[in-house]
Write a protein that binds this ligand. Structure first.
Ligand code: HAM
Length: 434
């Protein structure tokens, strides 16, 4: 029975009370992206597995351990997206979005799937706000997207967020670095986990990102990529810092920051939450990924912010969220004719943008009034046969108890309703307009 009464491990329902908070976050992210000229892209929840093997990298934790991969009925290997970048790059290429001129700027609000050990801030179905930019090689673009994320955090009222940056260089300067890493880790082979032993030959940089405490301990003394950067990469990184500093943005350079996905080149960054101890988001450049997917060499960069984690951080900080929209007018009805009339009047109110509702459960007047109270309705109108005959009903202000008779005819109802509700707003004690 538990299988049908409990959501799968690592997933959560976003129910009323929570969903309004999500809507607020989504509104802020959407608006910040659009202010910066990014446009929404929606890609399928599943892709060909090959896309992630090639894009994210087959030596990453995400690909090696966390993907939801299955064979569909047509024998294809399919994977639920573990992240948004690979799909966005594919969609950009497949739909020829580059024809509209560079930079191509895309954003998404999306769910991702990773088979991880669930704990606070770590889910199997997670939600990301992400942006991806194509065709901009300049360090200014790196700074622009970092500032975009920070502005969104600020608008949400999030204070507990830092910025760590690093450069992991280009394939050229990484050759020497890989050599140095291989040497270092080979000497300490016996301290590495099995996964890292297999990474030693194929991709030693991934060892730096291993979650095993033993490997993390060894990684502490490993050579730093920043000592191996070529002149161009060093220059690029210096400029990113210059732009951030010019905008008064505080950041920390973390030479150990390599990120968990293989596509990154040059700038990488993360937004850590100090009190919660995990990253609220991260991103960087991936100048080789478009070419890897068969496109013309095109620089790319972006970030993904973990919305589930950001909400935890906002709640931990006790940020106030706006109240959900409440019912303004509740029409209490007695009898079938009254129900029909209420249906029409409520519809008219909706056309005018007034949140209104009426009984669809066939309850008695008392129960309907109780319900109106419970949902916080500001006004009630009782409709019965008499009211319909007379074309008038009593509109009750639920806060003051005052009632006013208004017309419920098609011609006058809205006018009368607006007059009474506006008067009530004018005279409300707290001065709040309804
Ligand atoms: P990522 O660092 O793997 O990057 O994920 C981005 C953010 O998603 C993380 O910083 C974290 O806040 C959140 N996140 C990741 N895994 C989980 C999880 N299991 N539960 C809850 N939250 C999680 C990417 O996904 C890249 N695609 C970002 C990017 C876009 N880079 C360039 N463009």
């Amino acid at each position: 029975m538990e299988l049908i009464t409990k959501a799968p491990k690592g997933t959560v329902d976003i129910v009323p009370g929570k969903s309004e908070k999500w809507q607020l976050m989504e509104d802020v992210f959407r608006s910040e992206a659009e202010l910066n000229g990014f446009r929404e892209v929606r890609t399928p929840v599943f892709e060909h597995t090959e896309l992630f093997l090639r894009g994210v990298g087959d030596t990453t934790d995400v690909v090696e351990k966390q993907m939801y991969t299955f064979e569909d009925k047509g024998g294809r290997s399919i994977t639920l997206r573990p992240e948004g970048t690979a799909g966005a790059v594919r969609a950009m290429l497949e739909n020829g979005l580059y024809n509209e001129g560079y930079p191509v700027k895309l954003y998404y609000l999306t769910s991702c799937y990773r088979y991880e050990k669930p704990q606070a801030g770590r889910l199997r179905e997670l939600h990301q706000f992400g942006v991806e930019m194509f065709g901009a090689a300049e360090p200014l673009a790196d700074a622009q997207i970092i500032v975009l994320a920070l502005s969104a955090f600020k608008r949400l009222g999030l204070e507990d967020v830092g910025l760590q940056i690093n450069s992991i260089g280009c394939p050229e300067c990484r050759k020497e670095y890989h050599k140095a890493l291989k040497e270092y880790f080979t000497e300490r082979k016996d301290q590495l986990c099995d996964t890292c032993l297999s990474r030693l030959e194929r991709n030693p940089m991934r060892i730096l990102d291993c979650k095993s405490p033993e490997c993390q301990e060894v990684a502490k003394g490993a050579p730093k990529i920043t000592d191996y950067l070529c002149e161009d990469c060093r220059d690029h990184f210096a400029k990113v810092q210059e732009f951030l500093t010019a905008l008064g943005i505080e950041f920390e350079i973390d030479p150990g920051l390599v990120r968990g996905l293989d596509y990154y080149t040059r700038t990488v960054f993360e937004f850590p939450s100090k009190s919660l101890g995990f990253a609220l988001g991260g991103g960087g450049r991936y100048d080789g990924l478009v070419e890897e997917f068969g496109g013309k060499p095109t620089p790319g960069l972006g970030f993904g912010l973990g919305m589930d984690r950001i909400l935890l951080a906002l709640e931990a900080q006790k940020v106030e969220f706006p109240q959900p929209v409440k019912c303004e007018a509740y029409l209490v009805c007695v009898g079938e004719e009254a129900q029909k009339k209420a249906f029409r009047l409520v519809d008219e109110l909706h056309r005018c943008g007034v949140p209104a509702d009426f009984d669809v459960c066939g309850r008695g007047v008392k129960a309907q009034m109780k319900y109106a109270n419970k949902i916080g309705a500001k006004f009630t109108l009782v409709l019965g046969d008499d009211e319909i005959r007379q074309g008038k009903a009593a509109m009750k202000n639920m806060k003051t108890g005052e009632t006013k008779t208004i017309s419920i005819t098609e011609e006058d109802f809205i006018n009368d309703y607006v007059t009474v509700s506006t008067e009530a707003a004018d005279f409300s004690e707290d001065g709040v307009f309804f």
